[in-house]
Design a protein around this ligand. Structure first.
Ligand code: HSE
Length: 401
């Protein structure tokens, strides 16, 4: 019997307990031993909950209990979670987490602590919720040189953008509705400004390179400036707007970015709708592969945490290899990245825009006050200089090739 502690009895933590209970026959068989939740750490009490007697308020109770071999860290944040994770690993207890903030900030250090103490720090649930993506990158695509990852990594923003596309609605209205339905947080900043996706692509990029990609080096732009009219233009171009997080290892350097992009109907990520996530991976032998599923939510995310618990149970006393060194990757200046752009300017700037951008393709949806167009391929730097020559624009959206 392997005893487990769950840190944080919120959405994901309570999901972990539920998954272990609901699927205990399968899980115990796959783990090779029976798993049992011994403690749940939370600040609150849960009177009437079937697990109320397992709730403790002091982490030291868990740390000092020799029987506890695996800890599920579903607290979130990078303060207490960091402290507890380090203490657990130093005590030789494996930790399975859904906490992307902590993994992005301290992943290589925590992996090193796990190695030094013959246990595991596993984080399948930190990216893409229930989608297996960490394990494929770590154990399956080991014969590949992975040179590109593009993901829809945030369910909240994908839900909002899907609704805007379908209903012709504006961002603020859809956000409000999403908050009322519980799809978006009351403080939605981390999602809508792209910070959540940024941490997730930093984790995937680190696994792709085997080194550390610092999330603070990744250019990040959210979806708050995308409007219903942008979707009208996108529709005219047979495209939609998605918040993409990507990294590319090219001859010109390592590029990473989070931003709204227009993508065509024939791009595999086009069909990823609502709260679903997908990760599109390019390897030099395999070519493209895509991993798709529920990127958020209680049970999908908890299922990924418990899959890590099973891996820990199967590898007691042994550390599963994870190639993520502390050496930093130099992220290239995005000014050098080349792509096409969709641009909207006021109608009086038509001639100036044509002079600045040269050959361009006009997009007309019958708005007399505006001139909208798609540029040729150019660098971000050249694009920004041209927009400055025009004295700014109404909006601009990058186009995914
Ligand atoms: N807020 C995140 C999302 C939850 O919307 O995708 C999963 O990390």
């Amino acid at each position: 019997m392997i005893k487990i502690a769950v840190l944080g009895y919120g959405t994901v933590g309570s999901g972990v307990v539920e998954v272990i209970e609901t699927n205990k026959t399968d899980i115990n068989k796959k783990a090779g031993e029976d798993l049992a939740v011994k403690y749940i750490l939370d600040l609150r009490d849960f009177p009437g909950d079937p697990y109320e007697k397992k709730v403790v308020h002091d982490f030291d109770v868990i740390l000092q209990d020799e029987e506890v071999k695996i800890i599920c860290e579903t607290m979130g944040g990078a303060t207490y979670a960091y402290d507890y994770t380090k203490k657990a690993l130093l005590a030789g207890k494996s930790v399975c987490t859904s906490n992307k903030e902590l993994v992005a900030a301290h992943g290589p250090e925590l992996l090193r602590l796990a190695r030094e103490n013959h246990c595991n720090y596993l984080f399948e649930a930190s990216v893409g919720g229930g989608i297996p993506i960490i394990r494929p990158l770590n154990y399956s695509l080991t014969a590949e040189h992975i040179d590109g990852i593009t993901g829809i990594l945030n369910g909240t923003t994908n839900y909002i953008l899907t609704k805007m596309d379908r209903d012709g609605a504006d961002f603020e209205d859809v956000l409000k509705e999403a908050q009322e339905k519980g799809y978006a947080e009351r403080n939605p900043e981390a999602d809508v400004e792209g910070y959540d996706a940024c941490r997730k692509i930093a984790i995937l990029s680190s696994l792709m390179t085997g080194k550390s990609v610092n999330y603070e080096d990744i250019y990040t732009e959210g979806i708050t400036k995308i409007t219903a009219l942008d979707f009208k233009y996108a529709g005219q171009m047979n495209k939609s707007v998605k918040l993409l997080a990507f990294s590319q290892d090219t001859e010109d350097g390592f590029f990473a970015m989070v931003a709204p992009f227009m993508i065509s109907k024939d791009h595999p990520l086009y069909i990823v709708r609502d709260v679903f996530n997908a990760v599109y991976v390019h390897g030099n032998m395999l070519g493209d592969s895509m991993y798709y599923g529920r990127g958020a939510g209680k049970l999908p995310t908890a299922s990924a945490v418990v899959s890590d618990v099973v891996d820990c149970a199967r590898h007691q006393g042994k550390t599963i290899m994870c190639f993520w060194d502390e050496e930093q990757v130099k992220v290239a200046d995005i000014g050098l990245a080349k792509r096409k752009f969709f641009v909207r300017v006021s109608a009086d700037k038509r001639e100036a825009a044509m002079a600045a951008f040269g050959a361009l393709a006009e997009i007309n949806v019958g708005i007399a006050e505006e001139f909208a167009f798609m540029t040729q391929t150019m660098s971000e730097k050249e694009f920004t200089e041209n927009i400055e020559k025009l004295g700014g624009c109404i909006n601009r959206i990058r186009i995914m090739a």
